[in-house]
Design a binder for this molecule. Structure first.
Ligand code: SF4
Ligand code: SF4
Length: 441
């Protein structure tokens, strides 16, 4: 037996000694018997240990703090990573039926310039979904834009076809929508239900004042906060799984407190609510770069936010927000996931939508993309932290996996450390604070 490479030891402000393992995400308070066994693990004679020591050793092994000598944890991690990348059980499509939007947000990276999706592109989509379902793949759709509700008729036509295909091939079908929430009404809700869309993500930008300055109606510049709030309640009452994303930067984080109060006053206490890290990803939104938080600042604010949600009795999934083990990062480094624009260009990353030179295929030519596109797709798919010295021996690797591939590649092939690298110690502290009886792996 030997110690795991992925143990992180720390001491809380109250003097509790802890160990967290990033391979399993187990966290335990440690005491002298733990430390003694851990220190002597290389030389311990299993025939000479007491029953208590044996039990403790077994628990340490189960939690991943100790591993058998023959286990190469990095190799296991690498295996899981490539298995995750090459997962073929799901065909996941994020579809933008239009890039048009009824809002004009200053940081938005979608640059409209294409019309709505033509029937020819829709038919190519249907054909490929059929092929994938017939090969045994479940179908997962996220409707995206622009503002996808501006092309609801296209969503309906495609949904009908996808549902029929999945019913025919007995494959699972699931659908979700990312919307600004402005266009929700009774008629839209009933149409979304017929499309088997069960969940929605809606974005708010702080309290009413800032939100109304940023998420403005195109053309009139009119405010949108009250209507979005009302529509969010409506969606929730109709049984949709709604989650709220609050976009934050240096200028609006202090409004989050008031916003949470408004949500509570409006009966939205039980909606999963998270922060969106506004980042100047593309040229379209580079004007907001100065107000963006860096990852270290964002990680600290995220902890404060989780604490706020907890203290106000909001649903915060689990508190504190806790990491999970990642095989790979996102759709960009997964074989069976694509983002599709209205003209049928297929991308690996949401941020590339509309930049056709970043397309890795087209839905019309999905199985035989041109060579240049194919190799661009390979750049994303094969992006791996295992190619980077700074990640190879990093203890956070199992919960970070090298961070966002888009940011990593944009930074000249430099992996972008996830927030856990900056806030894990605080998360351990908060977890201990909220489990005064002690924590067990
Ligand atoms: S590469 Fe980064 S920005 Fe693109 S989809 Fe993945 S996480 Fe999002
Ligand atoms: S990106 Fe940073 S935190 Fe993530 S594995 Fe690499 S070095 Fe570690």
């Amino acid at each position: 037996m030997k110690a795991s490479k992925y143990n992180i030891f720390s001491v809380t402000e109250q003097g509790k000694e802890t160990v967290f393992n990033t391979m399993t995400c187990a966290l335990a308070e440690i005491d002298d018997p733990f430390k003694k066994l851990y220190r002597n693990i290389d030389t311990i004679n299993m025939n000479e240990i007491t029953n208590e020591q044996f039990e403790l050793l077994s628990a340490m092994k189960e939690a991943g703090f100790l591993v058998e000598d023959f286990i190469d944890e990095k190799k296991v991690l690498k295996y899981q990573h490539y298995m995750g990348k090459m997962n073929q059980s799901i065909f996941g499509l994020t579809i933008a039926p239009t890039l048009a939007c009824n809002f004009a947000c200053p940081y938005c990276y979608e640059d409209a310039g294409m019309g709505a999706m033509s029937e020819e592109v829709q038919d190519a989509l249907i054909e490929n979904v059929k092929k994938m379902a017939s090969h045994g793949r479940d179908i997962e759709i996220t409707w995206y834009g622009g503002e996808p509700l501006m092309a609801l008729d296209i969503i309906e036509r495609l949904s009908r076809a996808f549902m029929e295909i999945c019913d025919t091939y007995k494959k699972k079908y699931s659908a979700f929508i990312v919307t600004n929430g402005y266009g929700i009404n009774d008629n839209v809700i009933s149409r979304l239900k017929k499309c088997r869309i069960t969940g929605a993500q809606i974005t708010l930008d702080g309290g009413p004042k800032t939100h109304n300055e940023r998420r403005i109606l195109k053309g009139t510049g009119g405010s949108t906060f009250d209507k979005i709030l009302k529509n969010t309640k409506h969606l929730k009452q109709e049984g949709f799984n709604v989650n709220i994303r609050i976009n934050v930067d240096r200028t609006n984080f202090d409004e989050v407190n008031d916003l949470v109060d408004i949500m509570i006053d409006n009966g939205l206490k039980d909606l999963p609510t998270g922060l969106g890290h506004v980042t100047a990803y593309t040229e379209v939104c580079s004007s907001v770069a100065e107000s963006c938080l860096d990852m270290e600042e964002y990680a600290a604010l995220n902890n404060d936010f989780q604490k706020l949600l907890y203290e106000k009795g909001m649903l915060a999934h689990i508190y504190p927000y806790y990491p999970g083990v990642k095989a790979n990062y996102c759709c960009a480094d997964t074989l069976g996931a694509f983002v599709i624009d209205p003209e049928g260009h297929m991308y690996k990353c949401w941020n590339d939508v509309g930049y056709t030179e970043k397309a890795v295929s087209t839905i019309q030519n999905f199985e035989a993309p041109d060579e240049k596109m194919f190799h661009l797709g390979l750049d994303y798919l094969m992006w791996t932290p295992f190619d980077h010295a700074k990640c190879e021996d990093c203890k956070y690797l199992p919960i970070c996996m090298g961070g966002c591939p888009y940011k990593g590649m944009a930074a000249g092939n430099e992996p972008d450390c996830e927030k856990w690298r900056y806030n894990m110690k605080d998360i351990i502290e908060l977890t201990c604070e909220n489990n005064p009886e002690g924590i067990h792996s």
